[in-house]
Design a protein around this ligand. Sequence first.
Ligand code: SF4
Length: 262
Amino acid sequence: MGKWGKAKMHQDDLLSITREKFNQAVKEAKPLFCYFSVTEACNLNCKYCGSDSKKPLDNELTTEEVYDVLDNIAEAGTMAVLLAGGEPTSRKDLLQIARYGAAHRLRMAVNTHGHFIDKEYAWKLRDAGVLEVKVSIDGLEETHDNNRGEGSFKRAIEALKPGVELKEIDRIARDYISDNHYGKNFGHSLGHGVGLSVHELPKVSNKSTYKAEEGMVFSIEPGVYIPGYGGIRIEDLILVTKTGYEVITKSPSASAEVITGL
Ligand code: SF4
């Protein structure tokens, strides 16, 4: 076989190998991310919107049907689901849906205009296992309101502001530990302010009267102590920022302090 014949064979090999690899990749490919529009309903009427529906459609999925879809999504190996719309928070069962997805090991997120997200609802989303909330901002106030209607910018920004009560943060941690059957073993406050001294106000406890404000630094240190056995406490330092918070502790949680009595 001449030089060109060999080259042709080599080319055919390469093509068949490439084709085989491609087919294998397609066969095993998993949709890692899913954008799931759970409703067409929305109270706004943005200029560029494709939903164009004030009310839910007649044939929108029921809660059970949404669960079925989430089952399929989880089965396909998908890792993250963004619940969107329309406006997903207009669905009364959104928290149930998020909880169902999170229980099926999906990383749940919500895409929203933010109008219905106040402090209480934000914590409910968090409790339901939502790890990320994306609030749509089109630009500065004039641009945003021009697209979405007067006052929309302020309402979206409100959804992003700090201001959560510190006793609420303590409650969330306490509920989580109680739900996992160690409530009676968590006997101290969740955290405290840090500044010139190691222990300062504000206290992060169930009696705290403080709200999170930009610039505050406090510890979050839930602990579980079992008499006669030992205990564990994981401590992080939190800086409250203009739009949320930043964990400023650099050491990984795996280095948590473990004290055993054995
Ligand atoms: S907020 Fe979203 S769903 Fe609602 S009208 Fe605007 S673009 Fe459409």
